[in-house]
Design a protein around this ligand. Structure first.
Ligand SMILES: [Zn+2]
Length: 256
């Protein structure tokens, strides 16, 4: 299945623009600011950023990572996220072809990236990513994206219920909130994309990664766990390799 290079390039371009919008979301959603107004300004000199200085990746390279007006450095995060989402959109199209599955992969990956960054930085998972993502996941399922609508609905319910249970049990045991509300809503969103089996796989992979990476780190100094970061990685594993892993596990249980 050879994809038309022009269509792949188009997908990358769309991804670059979505990445640019994701940057705005990452910056503003944790602070409860509007995504539309005011227009982007340089955080240093407050000059509005003109459209020609706001072209994904290229403007940053062209201005050599500095503000046109005051020459204050502009974070590498902006072009990196734009490039990453651009690649994500291109790869989704190459892997899944011109299908809703590819659209789901691209949007799911973008939302998970946004969640991972805001959770790692601020310990916040904005509702726009979780509830907004849930709506997108259900709509894609309605259109026959990755799975049927009922499967997506069941996945969302299982994701929500399981994390709610873990969180409630955790707060009894540790006398503090072990699981943020954002994690619970996040797993409802994840479930709408990967189904209930994918939810189990996501939690398993997320917990495994979390304990492998975070426990050694937290032994040094007590820190909050941005569990959403690990769940996001787990969700990617579940989306991409879920069917393979679940089939393998089924064979394993049957002993063949
Ligand atoms: Zn400036």
């Amino acid at each position: 299945m050879g994809a038309d290079p022009l269509i792949v390039a188009g997908a990358v371009l769309v991804g670059l623009c979505v990445g640019s919008f994701l940057n705005v979301c990452i910056l503003r959603l944790p602070r409860d600011q509007s995504l539309l107004r005011p227009r982007s300004t340089c955080p240093h000199c407050k000059q509005p950023i003109a459209w020609r200085d706001n072209i994904p990746v290229f403007s940053w390279l062209w201005l050599r990572g500095k503000c046109r007006w005051c020459h204050a450095p502009i974070s590498k995060q902006y072009p990196l996220i734009e490039a990453l989402v651009g690649v994500l959109f291109g790869v989704s199209l190459l892997v899944y072809g011109m299908t809703l599955h590819a659209v789901a992969a691209a949007l799911f990956g973008t939302i998970l990236l946004g969640i991972a960054i805001t959770d790692a930085r601020h310990y916040i998972i904005p509702d726009e990513f979780t509830w907004g993502g849930l709506v997108i996941g259900l709509l894609l399922a309605l259109g026959g994206g990755v799975q049927g609508f009922l499967q997506a609905l069941l996945g969302a319910a299982v994701g929500f219920a399981l994390l709610w249970l873990v969180g409630t049990a955790g707060s009894w045991v540790f006398k503090e909130d072990a699981m943020g509300g954002g994690d619970i809503k996040m797993m409802a969103m994840v479930g709408s994309f990967v189904g209930w089996r994918g939810v189990l796989l996501t939690i398993f992979a997320g917990a495994l990664l979390g304990s492998l990476i975070f426990v050694p780190l937290s032994l040094k100094k007590k820190r909050l766990v941005p569990f959403g970061v690990f769940l996001a990685v787990g969700a990617v594993v579940a989306f991409v390799f879920g069917d393979t892993i679940i089939a393998w596990y089924g064979h394993f249980l049957k002993g063949d």
